[in-house]
Design a protein around this ligand. Structure first.
Ligand code: SIN
Length: 293
């Protein structure tokens, strides 16, 4: 992806659409920058190798992929996740009975909060944060409940060369304490004595694409390493505002039994809780990842 920077802020030139056609699935981009709807695949069935590798390709090219009308049992959802790697167990959130790897996502009339309301990359406070997350929404509100996704390669590319030089080699502390302590008390989940915290590079290289992306987020990133606190706060504030530019985003409107599969290494997301007192509910399977480098 090439980027230009004009006087008014970041501008991005979108990736060209001249990649090889897909043969086993259809891929319909939501925006030139991020997101694609995939059709022609039934995720409840074991995936053949050709379809699996085209899904991997669509995932790498689009950062978040969506599938509609997928009726999945817990076992089928888990099996789809396991095709991409071992599964991650959430350090705090409630899970479905008998399935520790199946996180419950639910907000209803009695909820004091909803999952993922601020920009974040899932559990980036882990030493080895999740590679990807697969969310299956079974109950939709009549309107609203969209999820926004943002491309962190594009956000990195659109930084000035001076800022890229400044960030080279800088690390940041990601801490789960503030995010998770007390958060699930209303659902009967007791707090743990401690929650994960980890230091990660601010700019990471994606292990599959080899491209650089920003890897900090408002949800978990607390401070930059090796610089005074006020400098850290100022630089993080600029980067958070920069990466939240709508130029880097897509917005997905859910329908019942839709699935979103996003790459936590190079994309952030934010769920919109604009549907109270209605219910939005589903499950998330999270695929384990590597230490960011
Ligand atoms: C999450 O952060 O996993 C929740 C996303 C959503 O509910 O759309």
């Amino acid at each position: 992806m090439n980027t230009l920077r004009g006087n008014g802020g970041p501008r991005i030139r979108h990736t060209s659409d001249d990649s090889a056609p897909y043969e086993t699935i259809s891929v319909d981009k939501l925006t030139p920058i991020i997101g694609a709807e995939i059709s022609g695949v039934d995720l409840s069935q074991p995936l053949g190798n050709a379809t699996f590798s085209e899904i991997q390709r669509a995932f790498a090219e689009n950062l978040v992929i969506f599938f509609r009308d997928q009726e999945l049992t817990a076992e089928q959802h888990l099996a789809f996740g396991r095709r991409f790697g071992s599964l991650h167990i959430h350090p705090a959130a409630p899970h479905a009975p008998g399935h520790r790897e199946l996180m419950v996502i639910r907000a209803d009339a009695n909820s004091p909060r909803a999952n993922g309301e601020g920009w974040h990359s899932d559990v980036s406070c882990d030493a080895e944060p999740p590679m990807g997350s697969i969310l299956h929404i079974q109950t939709c509100p009549p309107k609203g409940g969209d999820t926004l996704f943002a491309n962190m390669y594009a956000a990195y590319d659109a930084l000035s060369d001076r800022m890229k030089t400044y960030l080279d080699g800088v690390t940041a502390l990601h801490d789960g304490e503030e995010v998770y302590r007390g958060t699930y008390a209303n659902l009967g989940v007791a707090d743990k004595t401690s929650y994960p915290r980890a230091e990660h590079p601010v700019v990471r290289t994606h292990p599959v694409t080899g491209k650089k992306c920003l890897y900090i987020n408002r949800g978990f990133t607390r401070r930059l390493g090796g610089v005074p606190g006020d400098e850290s706060a100022g630089v993080l504030r600029y980067l958070f505002e920069h990466m939240e530019n709508p130029l880097f985003q897509c917005r997905f409107r859910w329908s019942e039994n839709a699935v979103a599969f996003w790459d936590n290494r190079c994309a952030q997301h934010r769920a919109v809780w604009d549907y109270w007192p209605h219910t939005r509910a589903g499950h998330r399977v999270t695929v384990a990842g590597d230490r960011p480098v």
